[in-house]
Design a protein around this ligand. Structure first.
Ligand code: MLT
Length: 246
């Protein structure tokens, strides 16, 4: 059974390097660059979340995999959730991290548009600095300043136009709350106690709508819980994988 990791916005598959290294002796694991990120192709836009989910379906079929466990963080979670609703036949487990099911509020849509305008006019330096700070929790910002630099570097590897195109996809995503009660594979929901992008209570309440889902809040971690507190993140992941016997 393959575990496929989907990174958040605007990162790339290297965000999962730690998990890939630590899990690969026990499991088949792969992290994927999502369209427009890392080394993935950038097909003509506009892009919408169903396009990203279809890319994953094509990848699974291309690799001739029957079923997978999908683990997505934030945007990766939006995509995993859409995938679960559209292609449930491919899923034997779902791990949703630092993510939410509802759509953007008007205020968030406005902020996305402000970011698009700022990036168009000024490039991505400011955006990368601000986003890398907001994504990390207070504990990481105080105790792991090198992590903020690493996250910023990852953001700067994206092209401005791909970031803008993905912002459009995020802002246009549907409210997926109605999907939650229909998820019928084992599901783990993780978040960080210091997440300032998706508040932990929002992720927790999403988990309560998924039949039988397990929820854990990772201490000392913000929005990038797998990078900020990898030992507790991995411990929860391993427990879940053992319990579902893949
Ligand atoms: C992410 O980490 O993927 C983004 O923060 C998602 C978002 O902005 O909605």
């Amino acid at each position: 059974m393959m575990i496929i990791f989907l990174h958040g916005f605007p990162f790339n598959k290297s965000a999962w390097d730690g998990q890939i290294n630590r899990l690969s002796s026990s499991y088949k694991v792969q992290a994927i660059d999502l369209r427009g990120h890392g080394k993935a192709p950038s097909p003509p836009g506009p892009w919408m979340i169903p396009d990203f989910a279809e890319d994953i379906k094509n990848y699974i079929e291309g690799q001739k995999l029957k079923k997978v466990v999908l683990c997505g963080l934030s945007m990766g979670g939006y995509i995993a959730l859409h995938f679960a609703a559209t292609y449930p036949q491919y899923l034997s487990g779902l791990i949703l991290c630092n993510t939410r099911a509802d759509a953007d509020s008007n205020e968030t849509k406005d902020k996305r548009y402000e970011s698009i305008k700022d990036i168009r006019n000024n490039g991505i330096e400011n955006f990368a600095e601000e986003f890398s700070r907001k994504a990390l929790g207070e504990t990481s910002l105080n105790e792991k300043p090198e992590l903020q630099k690493q996250v910023k570097e990852m953001i700067l590897q994206n092209s401005p136009s791909n970031i803008c195109m993905t912002l459009g996809a995020l802002a246009s995503r549907r409210d997926s709350t109605s999907y939650l009660s229909k998820i019928n594979c084992p599901t783990l929901v993780l978040t960080g106690s210091e997440d300032r992008i998706v508040p932990p209570e929002v992720t927790e309440s999403m988990s309560q709508k998924i039949p039988g889902a397990h929820f854990h809040k990772i201490p000392g971690a913000g929005h990038l819980s797998n990078l900020e507190n990898p030992s507790i993140f991995d411990q929860n992941l391993m427990q879940f994988l053992l319990a579902i016997k893949i």
